[in-house]
Design a protein around this ligand. Sequence first.
Ligand code: BGC
Length: 746
Amino acid sequence: MKESKKETNARIEALLQELTLEEKCRMIHGAEFFKSGGVDRLGIPGIVTSDGPCGVRNDFYPNRWYVIGSSADYVSYLPSNSAIASTWNRKLAGDSGRVLGREARGRGKDMILAPGINIKRNPLCGRNFEYLSEDPYLVSELVVPLIEGIQENDVSACVKHFACNNQEWERYSVNAEPTERAFRELYLPGFEAAVKKAKSLSLMGSYNLVRGEHGSESRKLLTDILRKEWKYDGLVVSDWTANHDTKDAAESGLDLEMGITDNFDDYYLGRPLVEAVKRGEIDESVVDEKIRHILRLLLRIRKIDIEVSTGKNGKKSARAVATEDRDPGYYNGHVMHAYALKTAEEAVVLLKNEKKRLPLKPSQTRKLLVIGENANRAHANGGGSAEIKALYEITPLLGLAAEYGGNTEIRYVPGYYVPKKVRDGANWQENSIMDEWKLQEKQKAGLDPAAERKKAKAMKEEAARLAKEYDDVIFIGGLDHDHDVEGKDRTDMKLPYGQDDVLNAVLDANPDTVVVMVAGSPVDMRAWKDRAKAIVYMSYNGMEGGTALARVISGTICPSGKLAETFPESYETTPVAHFGEYPGRKLTAAEKKRMKACNYTADYKEGIFVGYRYYEKFDVPVQFPFGFGLSYVDFKYSDIALEKSGDKITVSAKITNTGHVSAMEVVQLYVGAKTPKKEDPVKELKGFEKLELKAGQTKTVRFKLDASDLAHFNEESGEWQTERGVYRFSIGSSSADIRLKKDARI
Ligand code: BGC
């Protein structure tokens, strides 16, 4: 029989009583880079953590940033969150989570430091590839199955970075000042869903400050919102070296302080806390609360059980014992690779397909020229803490070669020049709290620019010359993890390595060239976008990314991915650039006094107008809208109907695949007031369903809403309110391609 919460709490209390102050403090900070301290005397183990979002990261020495380098930490490489979001498929998000959790457990981990779910406020943010979307509804819908999937395996998810970690530039010391409405409507809902619906067993605070407090020691975030409002009883972990003060770290609601330096005992929640408690400056009860959260987590992931016994003198004693039935997990199973492939397939987004340039049927493709460094490049081992050692990674070139087979002659040339990276042996993370990237720029400066220009010119000329000779040419470029990377934002949305120039030369030579952009965030394609007949977008798409891309290009499968973020024309046209601020302004005198370890404040003056909410409201042209993605078939939308019963609303429509092959369509429901107020968005995503339709097949899609789903946050009353009035329910194939509308009074 399952034990009641009360009984479990009693056992936790009994074990807590056994611990000395020193032992408690040992448990609440890192004892290694990725492990917290334990208490052997009582059988209490440390919590073993690992990054990260695309797979379980390689192992490091406990106190040195060198990878151990054995062959035991090769793992499945999963599509990044930006790719998962492009599937718009809740089930696939769940499958990815399941694989991640199973492999984490297989690798002996207790907690996987994922998923990252910060809102994509700015397309330049270096970590956007780790995040899901610009839209809080899409984030919330995908984060729940992701976390549930992870936690099926006796492993804790650790949703991150709470909150407003929306830029990497000055990430340790920038203060985010969102309006209360934007905070509630955009930046918090994903975390709230993670905590309340998915029951994430742990959560990671952010480096940046939010309204004057560092995320990893913010009373407002960790106590007022998380613990009091959301009633969270899980574990709160700091980001690595994100704390600045013992009292704040101790009293804010943080449970576990982790870091990248090896002076573990000196961490704020280590010796300094023991001393502060002894001096009577901090109450021991705050330490006890952290221990409760840690023990509860260890019980929940079934790492320990707590045995309580009563001695002859009637005195109770307790100790932790290892459980015998904990899920052992495993990694690198074929089934995991199959899940990775399925997700990757649905993550590929077809952006343009004039004159049905795609698919390129293998039977009709005798000679194929593939151009571009990203055709031949593996990405798993980059990006910052999301790096992993992939068991394998099918590059686009390998995928194409395998898909097209021996009757197609494939020639590959890189086309553009990517300078070699200069690195020493240690991991970037060692220096990550110093300005690692600036160090690297210095090293780069040692290269010979004239020789590099010469190389680049020769490569471009070779690509253009060959493009003329081939009927079928595919250019595969975009970004890589020198740009989509932790600790650094891009400076603009332009393609690096002179790709615009190369692409134009190739398109001059062969106007039928198919263009593929592999990138974790939007890029400016305007230099050649109108000339290219076919454009495909793919994010970092896991170990089977190349297979998935090749299957879409060949027509083995129909593309079904949709953009989870708007592709603006350029950074200058984005809401952050327009209203600002990014990267932030200098602090006022009052702020300087009030905030420690802070250099800049970013006023989120765009308010709720982030992503499509902005482009629509202010009529700003974009390259590709939110929710956009083509198929090889057409879908007919018909028969919209709306039923109301009290506050319950059901909107339905019929969708027909009018093509000749099976295909999938993401049907999207957007809702807004018929006449939106100045301060409200035109419409917002309120539902989506991914339908699989055979050729000629019709299905009915049904969205069920409650009037409360249409509420906005009222800053004056501090409450969510649904304004009564006429609303427009729009069903479409993207935010800009609305096929059916119905108005109703709510
Ligand atoms: C990142 C976290 C990561 C941690 C541990 C930090 O630099 O911000 O996302 O989980 O390092 O590697």
